[in-house]
Design a protein around this ligand. Sequence first.
Ligand code: SAM
Ligand code: SF4
Length: 336
Amino acid sequence: MSGETQPAMIDPFGRHVTYLRVSVTDRCDFRCTYCMAENMTFLPKRDLLTLEELDRLCSTFVAKGVRKLRLTGGEPLVRKNIMGLIRNLSRHLQTGALSELTLTTNGSQLAKYADELADCGVKRINVSVDTLDHDKFRKITRWGNLGQVMEGIAAAQKAGIDIKINAVALKDFNDRELPAMIEWAHGQGMDFTVIETMPMGEIDVDRTHQYLPLSVFREQLEERWTLRDIPLKTGGPARYVEIAETGGRLGFITPLTHNFCEGCNRVRLTCTGTLYMCLGQDDAADLRATLRASESDEALSSAIDEAIGRKPKGHDFVIDRTARPSVGRHMSVTGG
Ligand code: SAM
Ligand code: SF4
């Protein structure tokens, strides 16, 4: 492929689709209470795309104008031979076709892979940390070990990878701790983003008790600190402020209190080759069948165009006591 930037895919609302998020596995070594039930049934291995198939699909998207690729999951770094896929995809960074190759991770395997990720051209990653208290961390992740994640973060920083910490805001769990977490992250030169809980997939707990509107959280923060809106765009849905007192950046991802769909530039691919044009809608396109039906990428390219032509205007997540999850699939299927 040449280093020239390809024309972007354009959806019916004129939005340029330049960002692909790929869930490379639905499996995970944690069981965060807001994300998964403790006893999850995962996809049978035969339904998964092979790493070669994932490479072919991602590369087709890159050829169609995708400039930013994020690997997520489940936990992307628990997929067997994941570094082989990342290494192969990094060729698109070298040609200039891709401007960013990144991932969202729980950090548990980072100490092992940080150097290799940096060597593949991964410049920044998102690491999810919901609390800095070891016991609470075990409680929220059920199976996670905070010490291991901290070692991973240190290894990534040492390898020169920029880190953004993602935390889901959970009422009566971490809301009072979040300011201290933000200070910690900013003190280490890391950006920080808070995420509202989204009603995705059946879990064991009632989400209405966990939901903390970020508009409320922001008001609380403004009593303590000076927040200044900044126009930072990272290609994702977060809106950023700069905090004068910490000198760092704080992002808000607010699907419930603020609809961020107007500027949506992304689509999501699952590990079975299903393309979701919106995180909050069920409509999807099965690219696996098309991929397997032909060795040429032509049919695949047309199937992608057809799917982009159906990208909806937006989502309508609702959290209320009586409703089932707005979207039946778990976040670990489509990735965050
Ligand atoms: N395992 C990796 C991790 O935890 O970073 C990547 C996948 S995880 C599904 C991606 C992000 O989605 C994490 O930051 C996680 O906290 C967030 N997440 C999971 N379930 C969510 C939910 N129901 N509402 C809001 N965010 C959620
Ligand atoms: Fe795993 Fe990430 Fe979901 Fe936690 S949020 S269970 S780490 S996929």
